[in-house]
Design a protein around this ligand. Structure first.
Ligand SMILES: *[C@@H]1O[C@H](CO)[C@@H](O)[C@H](O)[C@H]1NC(C)=O
Ligand SMILES: *[C@@H]1O[C@H](CO)[C@@H](O)[C@H](O)[C@H]1NC(C)=O
Ligand SMILES: *[C@@H]1O[C@H](CO)[C@@H](O)[C@H](O)[C@H]1NC(C)=O
Length: 305
């Protein structure tokens, strides 16, 4: 009998940041110069701290994790990690382990909190798409002002509706500020019906990676009505990115005794610019080789998107 936990699956993709890190080399080389936050010192590096800002007239919050040996004059890559629904950034941080030094010894992690525990795009979201995109823009301003950031290495990752919102960012003007995107088990409410469904990326090609469980009973691989609206079939959604990014046809390799298919596309002459990991027996969770809270919640919790 097959286990429902994909043993060994995606050690390589245990954290999307690892995978996006692999795309760093395909991002155009730009001169590395730090932001206004270079020179700002921080106490208690290594401990996640909580911050707030005003955006569209409301209080928004986020937390930041910097390496314990943070050098305030060295420009760091930054990863924004967007939590799933009925969640906060703190849980996403704990579930994914992304603040652990094996993932982020050399980068700054930022965990924004959604209004009402969600991100824009679902029919139950509190914030509108323009409001949440404005928050992303205001958040980037705050992060650049407060920490030493390498502007050419800003990334976004997220789980479920947070993954869907990563795609909403990629489809928007502020997406042009990011080097690459990675969504896990994404519910792509704002990009559900075709290549032009409200998706106007700021540049092309735009590096994108998605990881999805073939046994996801919350955000179905085959698409259809989800909890917050219609979701696309994942191969269709990938096809739209292949079109936007001027990619060729996919090539695939089978891994982990047939449980994992890794699809890659060459786009505008850049190898592996678009990537997809399908884990056949994985449900709605963050791909990992160790047991995490997402698995428990993903099986039994009411709001796991
Ligand atoms: C801090 O970063 C600056 C700029 O990259 C570098 O010149 C300096 O050597 C670093 N300091 C330490 C202690 O690593
Ligand atoms: C949201 O969309 C889903 C799927 O289309 C639907 O089943 C649900 O009733 C909708 N909920 C609201 C509050 O509109
Ligand atoms: C890969 O390409 C094949 C052949 O064109 C297509 O049928 C399939 O849907 C693609 N797979 C994904 C995950 O996009």
């Amino acid at each position: 009998m097959r286990t429902t936990i994909p043993t060994g699956a995606l050690a390589l993709a245990a954290a999307s940041t690892l995978a996006i890190a692999a795309t760093v080399n395909i991002v155009q080389e730009r001169a590395t110069e730090g932001t206004a936050g270079c020179g700002v010192s921080h106490i208690f590096p290594g401990l996640t701290q909580y911050y707030s800002l005003q955006s569209s007239g409301v209080d928004r919050s986020y937390s930041v994790h910097i390496p314990s040996n943070y050098n305030d004059t060295a420009p760091y890559p930054v990863v924004l990690g967007f939590h799933g629904s009925s969640e906060i950034g703190f849980f996403f941080e704990a579930d994914t382990g992304l603040s652990e030094s094996k993932y982020s010894a050399d980068k700054i992690m930022v965990y924004p909190n959604g209004l009402g525990g969600a991100w824009a795009g679902a029919n139950y979201s509190e914030a509108t798409v323009p409001e949440d995109l404005q928050f992303v823009s205001d958040l980037l301003d705050a992060v650049r002002a407060g920490w030493c950031i390498d502007n050419s290495r800003i990334y976004a990752t997220g789980m479920s509706i947070g993954g869907g919102f990563v795609n909403t960012i990629a489809c928007s003007a502020v997406g042009g500020e990011f080097a690459a995107f990675a969504a896990s088990s994404g519910s792509f409410y704002t990009d559900a019906t075709g290549p032009d469904d409200g998706c106007t990326p700021a540049r092309s090609p735009l590096p994108m990676l998605e990881i999805h469980g073939g046994a996801d009973t919350d955000v179905h691989y085959e698409g259809g009505p989800g909890e917050g609206g219609i979701e696309p079939a994942i191969p269709d959604w990938l096809g739209w990115w292949a079109e936007r990014n001027s990619c060729g046809t996919n090539t695939s390799e089978t891994l982990f005794n047939g449980d994992v298919q890794h699809y890659t596309w060459e786009c505008s002459g850049v190898a592996d610019l678009l990537q997809h990991w399908k884990v056949d027996d994985m449900k709605h969770c963050w791909a990992s080789t160790t047991l995490d809270f997402f698995r428990n919640r993903g099986r039994s919790g009411p709001h796991t998107h």
